[in-house]
Write a protein that binds this ligand. Structure first.
Ligand SMILES: *Cc1c(COP(=O)(O)O)cnc(C)c1O
Length: 380
């Protein structure tokens, strides 16, 4: 890897992604849809998608049409499902890019069919069933008539049926089993209407890892392919490992005199001569202002002091601390570690929000690119 030129950067280990994808396929014993929405959970959608496909993923999942189009423009040819809502205005680009669409509303479905007809094509759809998430999807009791309508609409090619779990990360499995039961009812009604899709799928990472009944034909794993845990109630299998580290180089290191305020509001004031380090990471990078925050420097955890600024935050340095020295915000350093889960706990949120919140201006640097493909490695 090249030494990054940027003040702060994210390192993504693509070999960790490949390892995690292989392990998840082995554990679930099913084909895998690698979910790479939200820029691959902040890891970089295109690089993660390629690594996941190299490791045997069959499908890619995105939330938005634009995310699927981006993958196609990068030359990714694998099947891609838009898990979420596609507007009628987006449908033309989605259909031209051969993306599969989630179908959960007749009005929208008719709009997709009109766009497909205008392009002289059919549109591949996966019928989404709301089995208890209360978000997108047809209710189980409507599934039969919805399926009949879809089968009578020639521009729609139903290649899948799916649902999404609301509570698979909880200690209790019963709510997820109840969703599976409702999904099965919907599947039966759909079958009676002539819907016989190639792909039936339901499991997110949490369900894929520990609820065998949820696996159906395909597991849609997001967070676990990044080596992050879907739940604080059960650990990830030991064989999965985090792919992301967030680093920076110290931007300034200097002694401040006693009684000197640090950062906006002067909430931290030096008591004696104190050595203060400036880290070029702020809330505009996705490093929360509300904190509390810690970083690794010289293999030790240091508290961030004073307010986090838009582009900077400060720490009190032990002796030393040279400009350019490596600071780790998420990841390991000399045997110490700050996990995305630990940051989430400090912020009162979940690891998903920590990694997806890392701003676009933080360059992603890839390590462990597959040397057999010319497409690996994207230095900033
Ligand atoms: C995001 C998402 C997933 C992946 O969830 P993880 O918990 O990250 O594994 C699966 N299915 C749908 C519909 C999603 O929106």
């Amino acid at each position: 890897m090249r030494t990054p030129a940027a003040p702060t950067w994210v390192e993504v280990d693509l070999e960790a992604i490949r390892n995690n994808v292989r392990e998840l396929i082995r554990i679930a014993d099913r084909p895998l849809m690698a979910v790479v929405k939200a820029n691959g959970y902040g890891h970089g959608a295109v690089a993660v998608a390629r690594a996941a496909l190299e490791a045997g993923a069959s499908w890619l999942g995105v939330a938005r049409s634009s995310e699927g189009v981006e993958l196609r423009q990068a030359g990714v040819r694998a099947p891609i499902l838009i898990l979420g809502a596609t507007t009628p205005a987006e449908a033309e680009a989605a259909i031209s890019s051969e993306l599969s669409l989630a179908l959960y509303d007749r009005g929208l479905g008719e709009a997709y069919a009109r766009r497909a007809a205008a392009l002289n094509r059919r549109v591949s759809v996966h019928i989404k069933v709301d089995s208890g998430m209360g978000r997108l999807g047809v209710l189980p009791e409507e599934a039969g008539s919805f399926g009949k309508w879809a089968m009578q609409t020639p521009e729609l090619s139903v290649e899948g049926v799916f649902t999404h779990f609301a509570r698979a990360d909880e200690r209790e499995v019963a709510p997820t089993l109840a969703q599976i039961a409702r999904f099965r009812e919907a599947l039966e009604a759909l079958r009676d209407s002539g819907v016989r899709p190639r792909w039936t799928h339901a499991a997110n990472s949490a369900a894929a890892l520990r609820i065998p009944e949820a696996r159906f034909d395909l597991c849609r794993t997001g967070i676990a392919i990044y080596g992050l845990s879907p739940s604080r109630h059960f650990p990830l299998p030991q064989s999965l490992r985090p792919a992301l580290a967030w680093k920076a180089g110290l931007a300034s290191s200097k002694d401040l005199p006693p009684d000197w305020g640090v950062s906006y509001g002067g909430e931290y004031v030096t008591r004696t001569v104190e050595r203060i380090g400036v880290i070029p990471v702020g809330y505009a990078d996705g490093w929360r202002r509300s904190g509390p925050n810690q970083v690794l420097l010289g293999g030790r955890k240091l508290d961030v002091i004073g307010r986090v600024c838009m582009d900077y935050c400060m720490v009190r340095l032990p002796a030393g601390g040279a400009i350019g020295e490596e600071v780790v915000l998420v990841g390991s350093q000399e045997g110490e570690r700050i996990s995305a889960e630990e940051v989430a706990l400090r912020w009162g949120t979940i690891n998903y929000e920590v990694v997806t919140g890392i701003a676009a201006r933080v360059p992603r640097v890839y390590v462990g690119a597959d040397p057999s493909t010319s497409q690996g490695g994207f230095p900033p």
